[in-house]
Design a protein around this ligand. Structure first.
Ligand code: ZN
Length: 143
């Protein structure tokens, strides 16, 4: 039998500004455009968490969804909702791009779900911007 998966959708609203101290003011403006505006701006972020079932049991469920909801509420939504992402300690040295956000969310969740079951984390930032991460094969192979 093949392996099924389930994707749950979560939401939070947060502000951010795309800016890095490694670039000059002009370079930041060139790279990030209006997202570098010093007043910042907000997004209604959608987070998609995909859980796979390498070891589906007799329930046919990949994971207890109440448990997943609790983990995401505690680790992700309560941390970021109505916050300024630039003030989060994890973003002290990296920009608050969707690419970095999806990696951080993966890191915050991967140790909280049954081992090997986190298949994908995705973030929808705007109508046209979607980011996803499926883990690093190189890293898992080493550990
Ligand atoms: Zn933005």
């Amino acid at each position: 039998m093949g392996q099924g998966s389930i994707t749950r959708r979560y939401r939070f609203c947060a502000a951010h500004r795309l800016h890095t101290d490694y670039l000059t003011i002009a370079e930041n403006r060139t790279v990030f455009g209006k997202c570098n505006n010093s007043n910042g701006h907000g997004h209604n972020y959608v987070v998609l968490v995909t859980i796979g079932s390498p070891a589906a049991d007799q329930t046919g469920r990949t994971m207890n969804l109440d448990a997943l909801d609790r983990v995401v509420a505690e680790r992700i939504v309560s941390r970021f909702d109505h916050q300024d992402l630039n003030r989060d300690p994890e973003f002290a040295a990296r920009t608050t791009t969707g690419e970095n956000l999806v990696l951080l969310i993966w890191d915050l969740l991967v140790t909280q779900v049954p081992e090997g079951q986190l298949q994908k984390v995705a973030v929808i930032e705007t109508r046209d911007n979607y980011f996803e991460y499926t883990g690093s094969a190189a890293v898992s192979a080493r550990s």
